[in-house]
Ligand binder design. Structure first.
Ligand code: HEM
Length: 449
């Protein structure tokens, strides 16, 4: 045996050395993402509910399954639909991979939305975390953009008409709406140009921005000293008490790993049991009735049934700008890390939730059957009677709710903002439920059962 062969076949290295080297590399990677020690209260499951980590895991699942789908998907109007059919019927695990991609994408919208709510409710945007809050708002918009651009790709009836409705909403965005819609569709209607553009944005532009922003988001959590914490009460001798700190490995990593395993198993089982929808091939001359937007835009579509499109776009736009501006409004740092800020905040949140559940359905029914603003203001343009008037009434209503918390409930700025925020979020959920389940043919109100 030559010396070289001998060296290749026999080694005096202890395999345990290799394992410990691999462990060192893994630990090093983990400690690039996390600090070496974390405060014990930050590990409490009921503080973060793991929502940021769950969103990150789902994004990873989406990236992996998305790359796999790219091997078989064909972004042409003649072949897109059949390529999905072939993927489902002729490719080993093709249906499962599509299912995983589809359900993870939908779940990601929910978990990102809930993560935003958790961060807001615990004041996680305070103590220098404003930038990360703003980055988070952009991440949420990116998640929605990912879902929206992916929706068209199967090129079935559902995809075609949801995107036709969705892009027609875009056309009403003030100033840039028309240009954005023209750019996206590469023409006046949804066709080959739109499919090509949506595909390019979905598989190249958005992932690149998402990876960059998400890396920054994680780095910033670390840079800001880890996730937010309640300020510990001072000790009896008035000195600030010290919070117990635990090592990231194994305490945090074990929890993260367990959560990721449970999540991926649950999504896989769901994807195996519930196949993602695939309707008939897109038919541009036969719209389904009702033609609905994707479920996460149904709240917006519901608003459009009650207001001039410009007002229906401005209202959520103003709400989003308000959400982005929260760190500049609610600056009190003493209540950081405490759910709802205080007892009063818990009260305003409860009232906000009750109003959010009750008011939107009542207003929808009143507007559907009795209220007709344009006929009450003859001679006035509908932009005013059905646009600026309901917009002003809605904003006035929000201001009234906030003032009620401040004056009657004696809430401070933060506590009143909690009530208003909860009201807005619950209202959005209610409008979405009404749009998804209670709208039938011609978008008339119907009972779903
Ligand atoms: C794909 C979307 C997102 C991912 C993957 C993500 C991931 C994470 C993770 C892993 C954490 C630390 C642990 C945790 O809080 O659960 C975190 C914290 C944070 N996130 Fe996100 N996030 C996303 C979207 C958002 C959104 C929409 C917002 C708000 C607008 C946001 C704002 C923040 C802030 C301010 C922190 C620090 C919270 C604190 O210190 O309590 N993130 N994010």
């Amino acid at each position: 045996m030559t010396k070289l062969k001998e060296r290749l076949l026999y080694t005096d290295k202890d395999p345990a050395d290799d394992r410990s080297r691999m462990r060192a590399v893994a630990n090093n990677l983990i400690l690039h993402l996390h600090p070496t020690k974390v405060p014990a209260p930050a590990l409490k499951w009921t503080y973060t509910w793991g929502l940021g980590g769950i969103s990150a895991t789902l994004t990873l699942v989406l990236l992996i399954t998305g790359v796999l789908l790219m091997f078989r998907y064909d972004a042409s109007v003649e072949r897109a639909y059949t390529s999905i059919q072939n993927l489902e019927t002729q490719v080993t695990f093709g249906a499962l991979i599509r299912g995983l991609h589809h359900w993870s994408a939908n779940l990601l919208i929910v978990t990102t939305f809930l993560h935003l709510i958790r961060v807001f409710l615990t004041g996680g945007f305070k103590q220098g975390r404003t930038t990360n809050w703003l980055v988070g708002v952009v991440l949420l918009l990116l998640v929605v953009a990912f879902n929206f651009t992916g929706y068209l790709l199967p090129w079935d009836q559902l995809a075609f008409w949801a995107i036709t409705v969705g892009t027609s909403l875009l056309g009403y965005v003030p100033v840039f709406g028309g240009a954005i819609s023209n750019f996206l569709l590469a023409g006046p209607d949804v066709g080959q140009g739109a499919l090509r553009n949506f595909y390019a944005i979905h598989v190249a532009v958005l992932p690149a921005i998402m990876i960059l922003l998400m890396s920054y988001h994680f780095w910033k959590v670390r840079k800001d000293g880890g996730i937010s914490q309640p300020i510990p009460a001072p000790t009896e001798d008035k000195r600030p008490s010290r919070v117990e700190r635990l090592t990231t490995i194994p305490h945090l990593v074990q929890r993260e790993f367990a959560a990721a395993v449970v999540l991926i198993t649950a999504v896989t089982i769901f994807a195996m049991l519930v196949p993602p929808p695939l309707e008939e091939l897109a038919n541009p001359i036969h719209p389904p009735n009702p033609a609905k937007a994707a479920w996460y835009f149904m709240g917006l579509q519901e608003l459009l049934l009650h207001m001039h499109p410009l007002a229906a776009m401005l209202l959520p736009g103003i709400a989003l700008a308000g959400i982005a501006a929260i760190p500049y409004w609610d600056k009190r740092e003493e209540d950081i890390g405490v759910y709802f800020r205080s007892k009063i905040g818990t009260g305003t949140a409860l009232i906000g939730a009750i109003l959010g559940v009750a008011l939107p359905p009542v207003l929808v029914v009143i507007d559907e059957y009795w209220l007709d603003l344009p006929s009450m203001m003859p001679g006035v343009s509908t932009l005013i009677s059905n646009g600026f008037v309901p917009l002003a009434l809605s904003l006035g209503g929000l201001a009234a709710i906030y003032s009620l918390f401040r004056v009657v409930g004696r809430a401070n700025r933060g506590e009143a903002t909690v009530g208003l925020f909860v009201f807005l979020m619950v209202s959005l959920v209610m409008l979405t439920i009404i749009g998804v389940f209670f709208r039938g043919a011609n978008m008339a109100l119907v009972m779903p059962f």
